[in-house]
Design a protein around this ligand. Structure first.
Ligand SMILES: [Zn+2]
Ligand SMILES: [Zn+2]
Length: 177
């Protein structure tokens, strides 16, 4: 919530605001998000325009999650860039916008940024977070993290057609160094 009483209602006037506040709830998706209690840094510019207040700037916070390939925990940072118009009650924009349209409004001299931040974070965070861009993931056979495994990690895969033979003659392929 930003109190906008300090923002002059004169088109063209600008107020810059920077503050930090902990998020009461976790924000984000299943695999990655801003943990509850983490500090969210707001660095915003509030510009009075005819119809309301245009909010631009960034909201940044630490994120914690899980790599979508190797399931390792990861931490990162998210920065959401905002450009959002909040209309004065009764302004042309307010009256002409239909209910479906997600128009921000100034209510009781206050701007509620919560939904904007939640939507912004959801858009910005990857659906499949990775601990690193080239994360090799897990071995499909034994489930070991390939990043931790030997570079030539692999398994001798015996063609099922030969499996019967292999059983009869001992483990063909293994110990053949
Ligand atoms: Zn990974
Ligand atoms: Zn393996």
């Amino acid at each position: 919530m930003i109190d906008v009483r300090s923002v002059p209602r004169r088109a063209g006037s600008m107020t810059e605001m920077t503050w930090t506040t902990p998020t009461p709830d976790r924000i984000g998706a299943e695999m990655i998000g801003i943990p509850a209690g983490a500090d969210v840094v707001f660095d915003l510019r509030l510009e009075s325009v005819t119809e309301g207040i245009l909010v631009t700037g960034t909201v940044s916070a630490p994120v914690e999650g899980q790599c979508g390939r190797c399931l390792d925990s990861l931490s990162d940072e998210v920065t959401v860039h905002l450009t959002e118009l909040f209309a004065y009650p009764g302004s042309e924009t307010d009256r002409t916008a239909d209910e479906e349209e997600e128009l921000g409004r100034i209510e009781d001299e206050q701007i509620d940024l919560e939904q904007v931040v939640i939507d912004g974070v959801a858009t910005d965070l990857p659906l499949t977070p990775l601990c690193r861009p080239d994360c090799p993931g897990l071995c499909q056979v034994c489930g070991v993290r390939l990043a931790d495994a030997e570079p030539d990690h692999g398994h001798e895969v015996i063609d099922p057609r030969w499996a019967g033979l292999a059983e009869r003659f001992g483990n063909v392929g293994e110990d053949s160094e």
